[in-house]
Design a protein around this ligand. Structure first.
Ligand SMILES: [Zn+2]
Length: 130
């Protein structure tokens, strides 16, 4: 059974308790790494300048404390394997639904279960949607 690294655990600890609960269940069955939870102002500005976020401080869901958003990737991380991110997301969304938590994924912002209408793909991003 997989478990989180110390770094993943520290990142997840900055997040909403529901996100913690979801991903603690997910990692037991699908190994993954928590890339980032809460982002401070300097980090958010860096994400904007790198084109990795569209929202300025403090408007990202990563900017709240605890963070309403988390970036998680299936492990080992292979950025070229888009299919695996989609498979992982389906797994995460199923777990979230079973727990009754409203989760939104960056590969399907409008949550219509279609991925080909998504204008800004952020395939590692999951956020509590209320
Ligand atoms: Zn994110």
């Amino acid at each position: 059974m997989a478990s989180f690294s110390d770094r993943s655990q520290a990142n997840l600890a900055t997040c909403d308790e529901r996100l913690q609960e979801i991903f603690e269940q997910v990692v037991q069955h699908f190994d993954c790494t928590v890339l980032e939870g809460h982002r401070d102002e300097a980090r958010q500005n860096q994400m904007i300048s790198e084109g990795k976020s569209q929202l300025g401080w403090p408007n990202s869901n990563h900017n709240t404390s605890p963070s309403s958003a988390v970036d998680v990737a299936p492990y080992p991380v292979d950025w070229s394997n888009r299919d695996r991110f989609h498979l992982f997301s389906g797994y995460v969304m199923g777990i979230a639904q079973s727990l009754g938590y409203p989760l939104r994924w960056g590969g399907d912002w409008d949550a219509d279960t279609e991925t080909n209408d998504n204008r800004f793909d952020d395939l590692v991003h999951f956020e509590i949607s209320e």
